[in-house]
Design a protein around this ligand. Structure first.
Ligand code: ACO
Ligand code: ZN
Length: 175
C-alpha cells in the first residue's frame, strides 16, 4: 500500500500535490473561507477526509498548503442518462490561494482527484456545481473534459444560478 500511495504524489519544481492529512484540515478550512462564499462546518471537512480521503488532495508550496480539492462519492442517477444508476464522484470544493493561481495547481489537483475517483473509487462519472459567473473555474473544468449539463436556478444563497458540469470517466481518454 505504501508503494501505491507514493505513485499518487505528483512532484513539480514549484509545488507538490499529495493526499490531505488530518493536520492539513485547518489550512484547508482557512483557504476555503478566504476564497469561496460556500463554507462548511469543520466536521464536514473531517468527514470527507475520513470517508473519501483518497480523493482529498492538497497542494504544497515551500511547506505551506496553498490549495485543496475535496471530493465525495455518491450512488444515484447518471448526470448523462436518467435511466442509469451509477457511481458518481462529486467535486465538493476546490480552491487555490490567489497568489498561487495560474501555475497549473488547480488542474493538477483536479487530475489527482479524478484519477482517484476513477481508479480507487470506481466512479463512472464526476460532477460538480459552479457559479455561472465563475469563468476561471469553468474554463479549467472544460479543459479537463467537463461539459455543462444543466443549470440550477438560484442554487446559491445569494440567488446566483449554478451550472452542473460533468465528465464521463468511461469515455474520457485516460492519460
Ligand atoms: N481567467 C480565465 N481563465 C482562467 C483563470 C482566469 N482567472 N484561471 C484559470 N483559468 C483557466 C485557464 O484556462 C487556465 O489555463 P492557462 O493558465 O493555461 O490559461 C486553466 O483554467 C487552468 O488553470 P490552473 O492554473 O490550473 O488553475 P488555478 O491553479 O489558477 O486554480 C481555481 C483555478 C481553483 C478555479 C482558482 O481560480 C480558485 O481558487 N478560484 C477561487 C475558488 C473557486 O472558484 N473554486 C471553484 C468553485 S466550484 C467548486 O468548488 C466545485
Ligand atoms: Zn456540490
Amino acid at each position: 500500500m505504501e508503494q501505491q500511495a507514493e505513485t499518487r504524489v505528483v512532484h513539480s519544481p514549484e509545488y507538490i500535490i499529495r493526499r490531505a492529512e488530518k493536520q492539513d484540515i485547518p489550512a484547508v478550512i482557512r483557504i476555503n473561507r478566504l476564497t469561496l462564499p460556500e463554507n462548511y462546518p469543520e466536521w464536514f471537512f473531517y468527514e470527507h477526509l475520513e470517508k473519501w480521503g483518497e480523493a482529498f488532495y492538497v497542494a504544497v508550496v515551500g511547506g505551506e498548503v496553498v490549495g485543496y480539492v475535496m471530493s465525495r462519492v455518491e450512488h444515484g442517477i447518471s448526470v448523462f442518462n436518467s435511466f442509469k444508476l451509477v457511481r458518481k464522484g462529486h467535486i465538493v470544493s476546490i480552491a487555490v490561494l490567489p497568489e498561487h493561481r495560474r501555475k497549473g495547481i488547480g488542474t493538477a489537483l483536479m487530475k489527482a482527484a479524478l484519477k482517484s475517483l476513477s481508479e480507487i473509487y470506481g466512479c463512472d462519472e464526476v460532477y460538480l456545481e459552479v457559479r455561472v459567473s465563475n469563468t476561471p473555474a469553468i474554463r479549467m473544468y472544460e479543459k479537463l473534459g467537463f461539459k455543462k449539463v444543466k443549470i440550477v436556478p438560484m442554487y446559491y444563497l445569494d440567488g446566483e444560478d449554478a451550472y452542473i458540469m460533468a465528465v464521463n470517466l468511461r469515455e474520457k481518454a485516460q492519460d
